[in-house]
Design a protein around this ligand. Structure first.
Ligand code: HEC
Ligand code: HEC
Length: 506
């Protein structure tokens, strides 16, 4: 009997314990046996919540919390990653780790930055504002909404499974995740900041200074190291196995006869256990009959979604013109704007189908509200135009087939890792301690008790100047000026604070 190639369910942990100890001349007294064991685990399964659930504890991160965390050698060990079942078929496709190795400390720093609105010009927008875990790491708005409610012209794509993706953006204009992460910070309609100001703000947060110095050594805090940290966090956002993956896994065992299985019990106990586990998984995360038929259609020659949605992450990472939004007066030229190659006109990067049910609306322009609408778009053969992909043609799907395709896509949903969204470094603002105020709108804002002597830019002349530019802001802010100190933030933030802060702020 020939058995399919065996895959170990549990990775072996290989670790260079001794060399690590030499590398970290940290308080060796503090190294407990527990630490020693975890240092050996240089191999991690991405999606493991311990990578993304934040520094242990609750509330804003204090300098003491951060110091304790940074002291642990295990948090600085370069991690060797494994992908969850399903996605693991793409292991050879992993990008970015050689240039930017993962460590727990770097991932955690990236997590903080990802959820920190202080990267934006007015402290209102973080990466998560447009790529939120509760909304499938996208946003349920047609376009991304940035500072001052501004809208861009494209839908927020998802920010998970990026470890399998090279070029970023709908048009692939960023060469890496690192390069991508710098974009929104300085984009006027997104976070509306400059890289310099963003870094200046982060430098007023001692917990950040401390982490950047430890994680990046001499390089310290720059926009590039910030981007490396954010990219590292994103690389840990991967989708867990979905009903589709469990069903695929069962296919390995399809050819086994009852006699084979009986034989396995004694001949190959490990393989038998793998088989038993696969049975349990497939039962626990079942794929409906309708979804199974949808799977066949998706990969069939006739419907051929897999001409482009293929591989572990169900995308070819290439650019195609489906005619989405092409009938507008000035259509988005997509990839063409970057390459100037005629075949790229109106072409956009194929998005993943994994967890796609959680990130409506769809397409680069967010023009299709549901998966049913998407299937309808393909069914009619896209929107004809001079550059329509030759892989797009009328499908003449029956109604039940449309439902089945949608059911299949829903069956490609696996869980996301647990992610801490709130625990961020406390802000002392040039040595001053703010009180943290919960506002009626449910936001937590820093309030400084007094203006420090070295700050003069909030004096009368400054208020008058700003008031000339915007009289409404002046009248709102004047009533309380001097009592709240706003350091690196704009007047808008000051006003938001005055409006939202309760009387107990001082
Ligand atoms: C105002 C909303 C908004 C904010 C804030 C924002 N993004 Fe995006 N993001 C978008 C939009 C819209 C796109 C697609 C833009 C395009 O393709 O031209 C995008 C694209 C991306 C992509 C590319 C995904 C792919 O499939 O190619 C990643 C990754 C990403 N953003 C991560 C981030 C990170 C990290 C931050 C914070 C530093 C961030 N975003 C901030 C809206 C936003
Ligand atoms: C020629 C390549 C190609 C084929 C074939 C194809 N797709 Fe796509 N798919 C894409 C591209 C490219 C986009 C993004 C297009 C855009 O935004 O303009 C996309 C977008 C999608 C989206 C929206 C995802 C999101 O996050 O916005 C879904 C869902 C989808 N396709 C499902 C399917 C299904 C189902 C089929 C088969 C009926 C199919 N695709 C066939 C390339 C393809």
């Amino acid at each position: 009997m020939i058995l399919a190639c065996r895959r170990l369910r549990f990775p072996l942990f290989i670790g260079g314990v001794l060399s690590l100890f030499a590398a970290f001349s940290l308080n060796s007294q503090a190294q407990s046996t527990a630490d020693l064991n975890s240092i050996q685990q240089t191999k991690v399964m991405l999606g493991d919540a311990r990578l993304t659930s934040g520094i242990p504890g609750q509330g804003p991160l204090t300098v003491a919390d951060i110091s304790t965390w940074l002291m642990k050698a295990e948090n600085h060990v370069s991690l060797d990653v494994e992908l969850p079942m399903g996605l693991d078929a793409g292991s050879l496709q992993i990008v970015g780790l050689t240039e930017n190795p993962l460590t727990r400390a770097k991932v955690e720093l990236g997590r903080q930055l990802y959820f920190d609105t202080r990267l934006s010009s007015d402290n209102t927008i973080s990466c998560a504002s447009c790529h939120h875990p509760d909304e499938g790491y996208g946003r349920r708005t047609q376009f991304g909404i940035g500072v001052k409610g501004q809208q861009g012209g494209r839908n927020s794509p998802i920010s998970y499974n990026r470890i399998l993706s090279g070029l970023q953006f709908w048009d692939g204009r960023a060469a890496s995740l690192e390069e991508q992460a710098k974009g929104p910070i300085a984009n006027p309609t997104e976070m509306g900041n400059t890289h310099e100001k963003a870094i200046e703000t982060l430098k007023s947060v001692p917990g950040y200074v401390q982490q950047f110095n430890t994680v990046f050594g001499a390089k310290g805090m720059t926009i590039d190291t910030a981007a490396q940290a954010i990219a590292s966090f994103e690389r840990c956002l991967v989708t867990a196995p979905s009903p589709y993956d469990y069903a695929e896994q069962m296919k390995r065992f399809e050819k086994l006869t009852p006699a084979d299985i009986n034989e396995l019990k004694t001949d190959d106990v490990e393989f038998y256990e793998t088989y038993q586990q696969a049975l349990v998984d497939a039962k626990r995360f079942p794929m409906s009959e309708s979804a199974k038929r949808g799977r066949e259609l998706f990969f069939s020659v006739r419907v051929n979604c897999s001409a482009c949605h293929v591989g572990a992450n169900l995308t070819d990472e290439k650019y195609h013109n489906l005619g989405v939004g092409i009938d507008k007066a000035t259509p988005d030229e997509g990839r063409f704007a970057i390459t100037k190659d005629r075949k790229d006109w109106g072409a956009f990067k194929t998005p993943t189908i994994r967890n796609v049910a959680s990130s409506a609306p769809y397409m680069h322009d967010g023009s299709l509200k549901t998966l049913e609408d998407v299937v309808e778009h393909y069914n009619k053969g896209g929107v004809p135009n001079k550059n329509l992909s030759d892989k797009i043609k009328k499908l003449d799907l029956k109604n039940h087939e449309k439902t089945e395709l949608v059911e299949f896509m829903k069956a490609c949903t696996g869980s996301f890792p647990k992610v801490e969204t709130a625990r961020l470094p406390q802000w002392f603002g040039r040595g001053m301690r703010p009180s943290w105020v919960s506002t009626a709108a449910g936001r937590v804002l820093p309030c400084f008790s007094a203006r420090p002597p070295d700050v003069t830019h909030l004096d009368d002349a400054w208020f008058t100047k700003r008031g000339d530019e915007n009289p409404a802001e002046l009248s709102r802010c004047q009533s309380r000026r001097g009592q709240i100190f706003v350091d690196t933030f704009s007047i808008d933030f000051c006003c938001n604070m005055l409006e939202e802060a309760s009387e107990t702020c001082y």
